[in-house]
Write a protein that binds this ligand. Structure first.
Ligand SMILES: C[S@@+](CC[C@H](N)C(=O)[O-])C[C@H]1O[C@@H](n2cnc3c(N)ncnc32)[C@H](O)[C@@H]1O
Length: 196
């Protein structure tokens, strides 16, 4: 099935030029992955699955002016969100060199002008507070909030891609959170609105 149909089935409607960029990304990732082993998603189907997982929150989040993705790895979700949100300034924090090389190359080759790759751990990122901070498969919610304390403020929203442990993780956060959990298959999208 083509990417446009896959996205449509999930209720994600995107302009054709963005879908073409995501197809371009899929080809590049497959090519680089053969040599550099960047991600476990080896097939087109697996990459499309990761793209849909990354983009599904567009159905319920507010559009941010600035977005930080913590630990983007081979591009999920930050790079894919950047392709889908060309008006958003996106920073990808990723310390692993081969993944950084891929993200930088892909941003130039695909022509994403709204992306900046910070080749460092998120603790070292300096920026004014972001509108949205996302992260998938990096660390727990409490630590993510702590590590991004200096680059967030009371208006920052958070979008964490979680599994079944999301409820214990929320309990471990000591301060009160205003959040929604959007469930889709095995995924729990934790969307935290500002800090109460
Ligand atoms: C399991 S991978 C997940 C990659 C991607 N988010 C995904 O879901 O496919 C975790 C990534 O987080 C990065 N990472 C680990 N600690 C980090 C930190 N403190 N700041 C930024 N990235 C970090 C690693 O280099 C790795 O690429």
């Amino acid at each position: 099935m083509d990417l446009r149909t896959c996205l449509r089935q999930e209720g994600i409607e995107l302009p054709i030029e963005i879908i073409e960029k995501l197809e371009h990304f899929t080809l590049l990732l497959q090519e680089w992955n053969r040599v550099h082993n960047l991600t476990g998603a080896k097939t087109v189907e697996a990459i499309y699955g990761n793209i849909i997982d990354s983009l599904y929150p567009l159905v319920f989040i507010e559009r941010p002016k600035s977005l930080l993705d913590v630990g983007t790895g081979a591009g999920f979700p930050g790079f894919v969100l950047a392709a889908a949100l060309p008006e958003t300034e996106v920073v990808l924090a990723e310390p692993l060199k081969k993944r950084v090389a891929f993200l930088k190359y892909a941003a130039i080759d695909i022509g994403l002008e709204n992306v900046k790759v910070e080749a460092k751990r998120v603790e070292g990122v300096e920026h004014t507070p972001f509108d949205l901070i996302s992260s998938r498969a990096v660390t727990n919610t409490k630590l993510l909030l702590e590590l991004t304390e200096n680059i967030s403020d009371s208006h920052t929203n958070y979008l964490f891609y979680k599994g079944s442990r999301v409820f214990e993780e929320i309990e471990a956060v000591q301060h009160q959170l205003d959040y929604d959990i959007v469930q889709k298959n095995q995924r729990n999208y934790l969307y935290i609105r500002g800090r109460v």
